[in-house]
Design a protein around this ligand. Structure first.
Ligand code: FES
Ligand SMILES: [Fe+2]
Length: 436
């Protein structure tokens, strides 16, 4: 349980809010590159942290992110003509490049220098490994490098990226990421073989793990310890990485991944799943087992699973399964096969976290010992936001991109082992990545 004021601090991300200011200090996943498939393609609407923007790709293929309203008299640049290295407003023809310079002002006298005095608000973008990243903070504070996720250090074809829109505040969706005990319920099957010894089965066997959490230079490392019936304990590590990332142990097919829940606005979130594989490119064969609905799969979507409703922010990556149709819940499947009767892990996550309402009121929740990691992550976020506001302390991870070169994992450790030391080899990738 937290106070209304604390909840507001954590959840509100619009301009001038404390959490909004914090998030603007990071490079963030902003645009899904398939939405801008080629130079001079149609611009798209984007909303980030409640701010309306337009993304476009200029004639050289460079991505740009520009405030939606035209500096002249406010028409939407979404309707603009994307032509010859700039986006031209269709109202009076003013044209802007990706840096916001007004490069043409055809309704003013040719000898006028007014054009040089007008600048559109734009934000810097970097395209890397399947994501167009943007920085929306103060220019003087722009971090030099993107967060050092392994996916940012690998060739493009070692990375697979997918997105979907969620109708909720980012935090309740993010908290589903490092909420370890839900996996043994929400994502479980009723018909799994009782003698299986894979990681999922270990989670099913002990649904009452003990939790520990430690602060790190990326955020919070959360350990869940499960009994195995032997002298070894099964430790499963979830990572919360500032300000809205999560990593959980990899898939049965060997891909690693991280998730991001990037706020479109206070009640809409773009969920990114970024899968990576260090030793070889990702093929469709690698992804196929993750596309099917039930365990062991993420329920990755194909084009047919989306129902774009419009071109407004969040409209393009809306899923067919949504609250309006109860996520196609099948009560027969719920009785006989899976815990939920909803197909696909990602949709199961979406269903429960959207079902809380667009912005959950945490005054009324009752947290137990299983929620230790959630409490630690909230504290990390709110402390960082307060410190930034009070004395300008740079948020955790902003100045240390290498802190993100980590992974989650699971290990068997002797029952009395120090878990933090015991999981270092699977969590910290920095040594390996700097050698390779
Ligand atoms: S409003 Fe855009 S050019 Fe006039
Ligand atoms: Fe989940």
């Amino acid at each position: 349980m937290i106070s209304h004021a604390e909840n507001e601090l954590l959840c509100r991300v619009g301009p001038a809010t404390q959490m909004g200011d914090l998030m603007r200090r990071y490079w963030v996943p902003a645009v899904y590159p398939p939405d801008l498939p080629s130079p001079d393609c149609a611009p798209i609407r984007v909303r980030l942290f409640g701010e309306n923007l337009v993304a476009f790709r200029d004639s050289a293929g460079k991505p740009g992110l520009i405030k939606e309203s035209c500096p002249h008299r406010g028409a939407s640049l979404f309707f603009g003509r994307n032509e010859e290295a700039g986006l031209r407003c269709v109202y009076h023809g003013w044209k802007f490049d990706t840096a916001g310079n007004c490069v043409d002002m055809p309704n003013e006298p040719a000898e006028s220098d007014f054009k040089a005095k007008v600048k559109a608000t734009t934000y810097p973008c970097i395209e890397r490994s399947g994501i167009i990243w943007a920085y929306l903070g103060p220019p003087s504070e722009q971090p030099k490098e993107l967060p050092g996720f392994m996916s940012n250090l690998l060739p493009d074809d070692h990375v697979f990226v997918t997105v979907r829109v969620q109708q909720s505040n980012y935090l309740q969706a993010l908290e589903g990421g490092y909420d370890s005990t839900h996996v043994g319920f929400l994502h479980s099957r009723l018909d799994a073989p009782a003698d299986a010894r894979d990681s999922r089965q270990l989670m099913m066997q002990d649904k009452r793990p003990r939790f520990a959490a430690v602060q790190t230079d990326f955020g919070v490392m959360i350990g869940a310890r499960r009994e195995t019936g032997s002298d070894q304990a099964y430790w499963r590590v979830n990572l919360f990485l500032m300000p809205f990332y999560h990593m959980s142990p990899g898939t049965p097919v060997g891909l690693q991944r991280w998730n991001a829940w990037v706020p479109i606005d206070d009640e809409t979130t773009l969920r990114w799943v970024v899968a990576w594989q260090a030793d070889r490119p990702i093929s469709e064969a690698d992804l196929a087992p993750l596309r099917h609905g039930d365990s062991p799969a993420w329920g990755l979507l194909t084009a047919d699973d989306y129902a774009p409703s419009n071109t407004l922010p969040g409209g393009r990556w809306r899923t067919k399964a949504n609250l309006a149709n109860d996520y196609f819940i099948d009560r027969t499947v719920q009785r006989t096969k899976t815990f939920t009767g909803i197909s696909g892990f990602l949709t199961q996550d979406q269903a429960v976290t959207e079902s809380m309402g667009p912005l959950v009121d945490r005054q009324h929740e009752r947290l137990g010992s299983a929620d230790l990691g959630i409490i630690a992550a909230r504290r990390r976020l709110s402390q960082a936001a307060r410190a930034l506001r009070s004395d300008g302390t740079p948020p955790v991870g902003v100045l240390t991109p290498e802190a993100y070169t980590v992974n989650s994992g699971s290990v068997m450790l002797p029952r009395d082992a120090d878990w933090v030391a015991g999981v270092q080899d699977v969590v910290v990738l920095r040594a390996q990545s700097s050698q390779s």
